[in-house]
Each structure stands twice: as C-alpha cells, then as structure tokens.
Design a protein around this ligand. Structure first.
Ligand code: NAP
Length: 289
C-alpha cells in the first residue's frame, strides 16, 4: 500500500506516519509548512491535485482539519472551506486516483445529550466544528469503500501538540492552574493506539463509519486526575469547572463519548485502558527529566 497522509504534521497524522514507517509502508505526508512534507493546503485545490500527482496514493488518510473548535465558531466560512469543501476536494481526487479514503471524524457530530453513541445513532452537531466535520464525513462517504473513523480527546506525548495531556504537563511544569471541565464526558484516546487501530481497519478493508476511541468513559476532570496519578503530579493545580463557566465560543457536546462494539467485532480487540497508555507517557516524561 502506498499511503498519503494529509496532515502528517499533526498529532494523529504524525502517529500514523511513524507507524507506517515502522510497518515499512511507503508513505508521503503533507503539511502547509514544507519541511520534508509535500505541500498541501485544503483551501487551495491546485495544491491537492499536485500532491496526488506526486504521491500516486493507493490509500489516503485525511487527518488535516481546522481543529480548533472555538476558532471554527469565530470563522465559520474558513471552517467550512477547510473541513467541508477541502474534504470534498480530497474525496474527488481519491475517486480519480482509485484510492481508498480514510477520513477522521469526531464525536462532535453529536449533540451530547445521550452519549456514548454508536455509529448509527442520529447526529446533531452543536458547533460549527461539528457541522463542518460532519459535512466532510458525508463527502468522504459518498466514495465507495471510504472509511470514516470517529474519535475524540486524542492525546499522547508530543511536545509539538497542544493536546489535553500536553497542556496538563506544561501547566504542571510552569506552576499554572488549569481549569478543566467536570461536565464534559467522553473517551480519551491514545494517539499511537488510534493510529494502529485505523491502519488495521484500513488493511482489513473496513468501510463506512467506525468509532475508534479508548475504553474509559470519563469527565475531562476525572481524566486529568488519572493523568496526575500516573505521572506522580499533585493534583492541586487542576481546578474543576462547569463548561458554562469557561466562556468558550463554541458549545460542547457534554454527555458525549463513543461505543466501540463494531471496532471490537472487526479487529477482535479494543484500545487499551487509559491507565496503561498514561503509564507509557509517564515513562517518556521520566526519560526527559
Ligand atoms: N485531536 C482530537 O482530539 C480529535 C478528536 C476528534 C477528531 N479529530 C480529528 O482528527 C484529525 C486529526 O486531528 P489532530 O489532533 O491530529 O489535529 P492537529 O494536531 O491539530 O493537526 C491538524 C493538521 O491539520 C493540518 N491543517 C490545518 N489546516 C490545514 C489546511 N488549511 N490545509 C491542510 N492542512 C491543514 C495541519 O497541518 P499544517 O498546519 O502543518 O499545514 C495539521 O497537520 C482531524 O481531522 C480532527 O478533526 C481529532
């Protein structure tokens, strides 16, 4: 399989690229920054065509998106351009190339009133991010054999990322307080395990929607406490808050999270528990101390 990872500079794309290299899969990665990547901007159709011409992919992993949920709310036009229209352009190039498309979707396609959700539950996004990602997912799934992976709260040890766990580590190191929602529930998902499950799904020819998330259904506050326990951090800097107190631009699905029975049936496994993944991060933190 010759793979093209769109957004290989990001957290999920980076984990996937590293895994492809380990599995000796020929892989091209894109970014808007150059630096060893193919240049691709989802807002620039010509750059998408050029990257496909260079990589001639058999499988395309669309990890790029405007991922900052509050920025999407502030700039809905740009969010639609990147997340919805850009994804449709990629799907069009996949159709021309005969390539399998793997799209990264989100639990934010749901309203968060009745989670955790299965793949077939009715959607109802409450934010621009959720709506535009859903449009991107629908464009991807118009393609025969496309796979849409819904995930959430992706974390890992990655100094280039602002994921929840990196924010927690950086706040602890700098002595800053961290306000954490106590009423947002979902399934934290360890990036390297997400990458492994998605690559396995793609290699098995999975198509349609699959939820790929960790097995623990937790509030963000509970997850922060688990991480502190794993890393040996005193939890005093973590301050639980209701989402309504945080003044965020975009609404959040509160009782969200995703079910993984379909994943288990396809792969014969689910992702390891958060404690195990956090222990792996704790070992990495120790290496850098
Ligand atoms: N992280 C999560 O918790 C989470 C949860 C649910 C779903 N997802 C989905 O999973 C995917 C990967 O997320 P992530 O955590 O890896 O995100 P990330 O770390 O924020 O990375 C975003 C990626 O998108 C690229 N990008 C941004 N704007 C772009 C544009 N206009 N054109 C082309 N590329 C652009 C960035 O590349 P450059 O800036 O280098 O160009 C970067 O590679 C996304 O589709 C996201 O919606 C993530």
């Amino acid at each position: 399989m010759r793979a093209l990872i769109i957004g290989a500079s990001g957290q999920v794309g980076g984990a996937l690229a590293a895994l492809c290299v380990r599995r000796k899969i020929e892989v091209y990665g894109t970014s808007r920054k150059g630096q060893g990547f193919l240049y691709l901007d989802l807002a620039n159709p010509g750059s998408i065509t050029a990257a496909f011409e260079k990589a001639r992919p058999e499988a395309v992993f669309l990890c790029s998106a405007m991922t900052h949920v509050d920025n999407c709310e502030r700039d809905p036009v740009m969010a639609a351009r990147i997340n919805a229209e850009g994804s449709a352009l990629v799907a069009g190039e996949c159709r021309k190339a005969g390539a399998k498309l793997v799209y990264f979707s989100t639990e934010y396609v749901f309203d968060g009133k009745a989670g955790p959700y299965g793949e077939d539950d009715p959607v109802g996004p409450v934010s621009v991010y959720g709506r535009t990602k859903l449009e991107g997912e629908r464009a991807a799934l118009e393609l025969k054999d496309a796979l849409s992976v819904r995930t959430t709260v992706v974390y890992g040890y990655n100094p280039a990322s602002k994921n929840f766990i990196m924010q927690l580590i950086n706040n602890q190191r700098s002595g800053a307080k961290m306000r954490v929602p106590s009423d947002q529930f979902s399934n934290p998902t360890y990036a390297p395990e997400l990458a492994a499950a998605v690559l396995d799904l793609a290699e098995k020819g999975a198509a349609g929607i699959y939820n790929v998330v960790g097995p623990d259904w937790l509030s963000r506050y509970e997850f922060a406490l688990k991480a502190c326990a794993a890393f040996g951090f005193g939890p005093g800097f973590i301050e639980p808050r209701l989402t309504a107190e945080l003044g965020q631009a975009a609404a959040r699905p509160l009782k969200a999270g995703l079910k993984t029975e379909k994943l288990a049936a396809k792969l014969g496994r689910v992702l390891p528990p958060a404690e195990e993944s956090l222990r792996r991060i704790a070992a990495t933190i120790k290496q850098y101390e």
